[in-house]
Write a protein that binds this ligand. Structure first.
Ligand code: DC
Length: 221
C-alpha cells in the first residue's frame, strides 16, 4: 500500500519540528527532520576543510555523505548548534546539494523505515518540491520576534550564553536566505494548511494540525 506522507514546512523555530515529532508519534509514522540532513552537509563540508559558503565544496560534501557518516553526524551535538544552522542554510542554497539529498528524502517517504504506514517529513520544501503529492501539507509559521524569543529562551535553558538581538538578526538572515534562494525557496505550497503558532501553544498547534490531517487523509488521528 502507498505510504501516507505528511509534509510539514516552515521557518526556523516555528514549532514545526516539535509538531512533526508529535504527529508521527500519534500516527505511528516514521519521522524525517530534513533540516538535519542539510546541517550534516554543512558540518561535513567544514570537516573536509571546505567553506559551506563555497558551492563546489558543499556539493562535493553532499555527494560524499554516506549512511554511516550521516548516522554519526546525527548524534553529534554540534549538529544542533547555531553554526550548523547557518551552514545548513548556506549549503541549502546550492542546487547540487539539494539534488544529492533528494533520493534519500523521497525514498524515506515512499518506504518509511520500520515498515510503518506513513511518514512525516519536516523542512522547507517538502510540500512544494520533495513530496508535492503529499495528501496533507502544513506550513507552520510565527512572527519573527516570537521565533527569536523562543530560540533565545531555548539557548538560555540549555545554559548557552545568548544575546536576544543577535539571535533575532541571525534568524532574519536565515529567513531571507531560505526564502530568497533561486532553488526550492521556503514558501507555502498552494494547498498547504497555514498554521500560525505566534499565539498558540504546542498542544493547540498539535490539535489543529491533527484535525487538518484527519480531514485530508481520513486517518483516525
Ligand atoms: O529546520 P532547520 O532549522 O534544522 O534547518 C536548517 C537549515 O537547513 C535551514 O535554514 C535551511 C536548510 N533546509 C533546507 O534548505 N531545506 C530543508 N528541507 C530543510 C532545511
Amino acid at each position: 500500500m502507498k505510504a501516507v506522507v505528511i509534509a510539514i514546512d516552515g521557518p526556523a523555530a516555528s514549532g514545526k519540528g516539535t509538531l512533526a515529532r508529535r504527529v508521527s508519534d500519534r500516527l505511528g509514522f516514521a519521522h524525517l527532520d530534513t533540516g538535519a540532513l542539510y546541517r550534516a552537509v554543512g558540518l561535513l563540508t567544514a570537516r573536509r576543510g571546505g567553506d559551506p559558503a563555497d558551492p563546489a565544496a558543499a556539493e562535493a560534501a553532499a555527494r560524499a555523505l554516506d549512511a554511516q557518516q550521516l548516522a554519526e553526524l546525527m548524534k553529534d551535538p554540534e549538529l544542533r548548534g547555531d553554526w550548523a544552522a547557518q551552514a545548513a542554510s548556506q549549503v541549502g542554497a546550492v542546487p547540487g546539494v539539494r539534488a544529492a539529498l533528494m533520493d534519500f528524502q523521497r525514498g524515506f517517504a515512499a518506504r518509511p523505515p520500520g515498515g510503518g504506514a506513513g511518514a512525516v517529513l519536516d523542512g522547507r520544501d517538502i510540500g512544494t518540491v520533495v513530496c508535492p503529492d503529499a495528501p496533507a501539507k502544513l506550513f507552520v509559521t510565527a512572527a519573527v520576534d516570537v521565533r527569536a524569543r523562543r530560540r533565545f529562551n531555548e539557548l538560555l535553558a540549555r545554559g548557552v550564553p545568548a544575546i536576544y538581538d543577535a539571535v533575532l538578526a541571525d534568524m532574519k538572515e536565515r529567513d531571507a536566505r531560505d526564502s530568497q534562494r533561486a532553488v526550492a525557496p521556503l514558501r507555502p505550497a498552494v494547498d498547504a494548511f497555514l498554521l500560525d503558532t505566534s499565539s498558540l501553544d504546542a498542544d493547540a498547534a498539535f490539535e489543529a494540525a491533527l484535525s487538518f490531517i484527519r480531514s485530508k487523509t481520513g486517518l483516525p488521528a
